[in-house]
Every structure is written in C-alpha cells, then in structure tokens.
Write a protein that binds this ligand. Structure first.
Ligand SMILES: [Zn+2]
Length: 252
C-alpha cells in the first residue's frame, strides 16, 4: 500500500454511502471480507438516524453500533452522511457544486442545518464515536451547510471536483468524481459506492477493481493529510472543473 508514501500523487479513497441499520448486509459482508483480505481501510458514510423509506426496505441488522465500533477498531473511517437522509428541498442546480437534484441540507436556513448536524452528531456521541468528516446526501451543499459544519467542528468533506484535495474557507475537500470504478492515472479522489442494489456482477466488478488498484487505495486520514498542492495540480483542479462536471453529468 502507498499510504505511508507522502510523495504519492495518485490515490483512491474507497467511500461507501448509505450505511445504516437497514441495508444490503449480505453484500456488505462480502465487501468487508474483500477489503480485509487486502487490508484496505474505507470510509463509511453512516446515516445517524435513517428515515429514508427507500433505505428502510432493506433488512435490518441488530447491534448496528457494535458493528461500527468493530470497523473503527479495524481503522476504518466513519463519516457522517446527512442526518435522516430525507430530501425536502430541490436545488435546481443552484447547490454549491451545481449538482442538482433533491437535498437534505441545501436551501434550509443556517439554524435548521445546524440543528440537523447537531442532532446527527448527538447520535454518534451517544455511541461513543467522534466525527470529523461529512458528506451530504446527493452531494448538495450551500454556504449555510459549510458554516454549520464548521461551527460543529467538522472540517472535512468528501465531495466536489478536482484532482487533488483542496481547501475552501477552512474546510478541506477530497474530491469525489465518478459513479463507476475509474482509476485515473494521477490525482487523489474518492469513489462512491452504493451497495444496496448491487448484484453479483457489481460485486465482481468491484472485486476486480480492488484487486487491480489495491496499491493505489489510500485511507481518509492520508487523503486529508495532503497539504501542499503544487501549482501543476492547482491549474489542473481549476481548468478541469468544467470537464469533470460534464463527465459527472453523464454519470461515469
Ligand atoms: Zn446517500
């Protein structure tokens, strides 16, 4: 693994979305076995108080927070993925990353967003889990989201465009670009994995991706520890933003 090599300019963070008591646990077990086999450490986007009807249809596993604790003791990173995972606003592509679609946070007042974040953090605290990292359901943020996160002590987000981590107003971002498994020849970025509707073919694709790219897979700690962006990447982050938005629009 490259994770101790501070000179590396290529790295993939494995980000799982929609982790909650109700989910496709059969698939999660298979992914866990695979990641443990290669000793890889993903970041798990946990919904602290899931109320999303779509997600509640999946089987529930008891001792959810015990499972999370086991992941933590295995050096997996836990991120907060929204609060209830309920969408009650429409962004009309006016969200920070012009992503569009529905939102749990974007469009709400600062107070409402702060309240959602605090309520989510309380659940983690009750279960003895410290949260430093966040990513919003459906990638939708506005300035109030960032301010509320900052005021709650969360300064790391896994989302946005670019080929290297970047900082805006004191919040550090690790970019998340693709829906499919793509390993770019350079840059640091995150995948986005939704296992709930995976079948055996999807798992096979994931397994091959992991096998092929395992040397490039990094931890969240490593991704966020990258501080110096050289001018090459600065220019690249800027000039490729439009292209990357287009790529994401076509759902690669
Ligand atoms: Zn989600």
């Amino acid at each position: 693994m490259n994770i101790n090599n501070s000179n590396t300019s290529t790295g993939i963070l494995i980000r799982f979305d929609d982790i909650a008591p109700n989910m496709n646990w059969e698939m999660m077990d298979k992914c866990q076995e695979l990641l443990n086999y290669y000793n890889l450490k993903p970041v798990m986007g946990v919904i602290p108080n899931n109320k999303d009807e779509e997600l509640l249809k999946y089987p529930k596993r008891e001792n959810f927070w015990k499972i999370i604790q086991n992941w933590i003791s295995n050096d997996w990173t836990i991120a907060m993925h929204g609060c209830n995972h309920l969408y009650d606003k429409e962004t009309h592509k006016k969200d920070y990353f012009n992503y569009g679609g529905r939102s749990e946070f974007y469009g709400h007042s600062y107070e409402t967003q702060l309240n959602k974040i605090r309520k989510g953090l309380e659940v983690f605290k009750k279960n003895d889990i410290k949260i430093e990292t966040f990513f919003a359901p459906n990638h939708t943020y506005d300035q109030n989201t960032f301010q509320a996160l900052k005021d709650s002590g969360i300064l790391k987000i896994i989302d946005g465009y670019g080929l290297m981590p970047f900082t805006i107003n004191g919040i550090k971002f690790v970019p998340q670009l693709f829906y499919r498994f793509l390993a770019l020849p350079f840059g640091i970025q995150s995948t986005q994995i939704h296992i709930n509707n995976w079948g055996s073919e999807d798992f096979k694709t994931f397994k091959n991706f992991i096998k092929k790219n395992r040397e490039k897979i990094i931890t969240a700690d490593f991704a966020f520890s990258i501080n110096k962006i050289n001018s090459f990447y600065k220019v690249l982050n800027f000039s490729t933003e439009k292209t990357l938005k287009l790529i994401r629009f076509f759902r690669f």
